[in-house]
Design a protein around this ligand. Structure first.
Ligand code: HEC
Ligand code: HEC
Ligand code: HEC
Ligand code: HEC
Length: 402
């Protein structure tokens, strides 16, 4: 990692955080850069690739099929209708438009297209709560995630374009002035968030920190819930792709890496010219990528050995996720039975509903994280252990009623 680039960029992102993204010029589409940056454009187009790896990749796996317990967890909420695994950036816009999940507002487009950012700038925060379909109908020809999302119209700088993320920098909840500043361009979308119930504004729950306990403290304090579970009556939270928060405090974060060190490896064109790949996908798909982004530190290992090592770490998290999932499912079923029977004391019922809320959030935080355990296996195991501990406490309370 080039120290000079880091310091230039950190100064730059900080500057942006103090100004704001006022850019009056039209948004340039990715295609307009096709001739100026042919190599980068070609890797950008490679985001259409739909291949997969052992635990990850870009095939749209139907999560509800693959993991039927999810139907119980998300009952009464949109994610029980359709929930597919993420694929490349070029599909972001069409995937949100086509999902069968109901959309609470136009702000669902906040992380799918820069045209929504432009609309927020132009028409103000009220666009967040506009009807989603109406907004899409009014804005024909929107671009999916493209150059503007990270560079605006100024290629050669990396920028934070999302107000919801800039606000966290300004509040001091995210330190933009450290070595991991490159990650911020990714973190503006690859994070846990919620929508303000009234304004539908995107907000990040960072007041107390990046851990699940910090977020639960915040969510409990503001009494936020995404929905109420129809069987247990618990007021639940849906965790969303917390890649950035998971990465924080990981071995690779401590080693000074950012998202782009692994996801935008330096590659070469036929003439031997080097550039940063703009194909954001599983690093395990490219041996050239593994060589250039991993082996500088993990010298002595081959590319295949690196893949096997990652998969071993992921397997451990995967198995534990399934184990705790079955325990959580059994707890929810039992709680639902007693809520239906109406035999719980008010105090126990409230406590059990809180346990459902907290345990499911911790489990979901690991399950929905797209690194499938790789980004921070220690944090993943810790959250799963804590979810399991909560479930045990819940079962202990329920014993009285069996
Ligand atoms: C040390 C290298 C490294 C760093 C740093 C890193 N990742 Fe990853 N990422 C990986 C690996 C390895 C996988 C697992 C890929 C797989 O399962 O095929 C992955 C998976 C992903 C996936 C799912 C990809 C897929 O195709 O399944 C996303 C999304 C992702 N990372 C985003 C991020 C973001 C955002 C950051 C920064 C906050 C980040 N990553 C930091 C190495 C890294
Ligand atoms: C404007 C929002 C946004 C930004 C900025 C963003 N992403 Fe994404 N990313 C998404 C969305 C949305 C998806 C899922 C698209 C889909 O499934 O339709 C995604 C998917 C991915 C995937 C999975 C691709 C696959 O093949 O499965 C990876 C990896 C990834 N992003 C990495 C990154 C990295 C690294 C950065 C920073 C350089 C970044 N993203 C910046 C929104 C964003
Ligand atoms: C998801 C965020 C993101 C998107 C979208 C994006 N870039 Fe980048 N781009 C980056 C980051 C991060 C860097 C690396 C900055 C650094 O070197 O630390 C970069 C670097 C570059 C560079 C410098 C080249 C190099 O090899 O270092 C160019 C040129 C560039 N991007 C052009 C484009 C073009 C053209 C598009 C659209 C087709 C685009 N970018 C889309 C994040 C993005
Ligand atoms: C800047 C140096 C550096 C780079 C680059 C780097 N790593 Fe690491 N990695 C470390 C350190 C330090 C550790 C912790 C000590 C150890 O286990 O070797 C680690 C640990 C790991 C682990 C074990 C993690 C766990 O949870 O047990 C895996 C797997 C791994 N790295 C894979 C990768 C992959 C894949 C890449 C490239 C995409 C990569 N690393 C790039 C420094 C690095």
């Amino acid at each position: 990692m080039n120290k000079k680039i880091i310091s230039v960029l950190s100064a730059f992102v900080l500057a942006i955080s103090l100004s704001s993204c006022s850019n009056d010029s039209e948004i340039k589409s990715a295609e307009e850069y096709k001739d100026t940056y042919p190599d980068i454009y070609a890797t950008y187009k490679a985001n259409e690739d739909m291949s997969e790896t052992k635990f990850g990749g870009s095939v749209q796996v139907d999560y509800l099929e693959a993991h039927p317990n999810l139907r119980t967890y998300y009952e009464g909420y949109g994610f029980a209708k359709q929930y597919d695994r993420a694929r490349g950036h070029v599909y972001a816009l069409e995937d949100v438009i086509n999902t069968e999940r109901p959309k609470p507002g136009a702000s669902c487009l906040a992380c799918k297209t820069a045209d929504f950012v432009a609309a927020l700038e132009k028409d103000g925060v009220d666009v967040n709560s506009m009807d989603f379909d109406q907004f899409v109908a009014d804005h024909q020809g929107m671009d999916t995630i493209s150059c503007y999302d990270c560079h605006m119209n100024d290629i050669g700088t990396v920028q934070v374009t999302r107000d919801h993320f800039r606000k966290q920098i300004d509040a001091g909840n995210v330190n933009a002035n450290n070595a991991k500043v490159d990650s911020l361009s990714c973190a503006q979308c690859h994070v846990e968030y919620y929508l303000d119930p009234d304004t539908k504004e995107v907000i990040l729950p960072y007041k107390y920190g990046f851990e699940t306990d910090d977020m639960l403290k915040y969510y409990d304090e503001i009494e936020f819930a995404d929905w109420e579970h129809p069987q247990t009556g618990a007021k639940l939270l849906k965790a969303q792709h917390p890649e950035f928060e998971t990465m924080m405090g990981s071995v690779h974060d401590s080693a000074g890496l950012s998202c782009i060190d692994c996801h935008m490896p330096v590659v070469e064109n036929e003439k031997g010219e080097k550039f940063k790949s703009h194909h954001w996908t599983s690093p395990l798909k490219s041996k050239e990528g593994i060589k250039n982004s991993c082996l500088s530190c993990h010298a002595g290992k081959s590319e295949d050995e690196m893949i096997a090592w990652v998969e071993e770490v992921q397997q451990g998290v995967y198995d534990r996720t399934n184990e705790v999932s079955d325990e959580l499912k059994a707890f929810i079923d039992l709680l639902a039975k007693h809520v239906k029977a109406g035999d719980l004391s008010d105090e126990d019922k409230a406590e059990l509903q809180k346990i459902h809320r907290h345990a499911q959030f911790k489990w979901d935080f690991v399950w929905v994280e797209n690194g499938e355990g790789f980004h921070n296996s220690k944090k993943a195991h810790q959250n799963l252990d804590e979810a399991e501990e909560l479930v045990k406490q819940g079962l202990e309370i329920l014993k009285k009623y069996e």
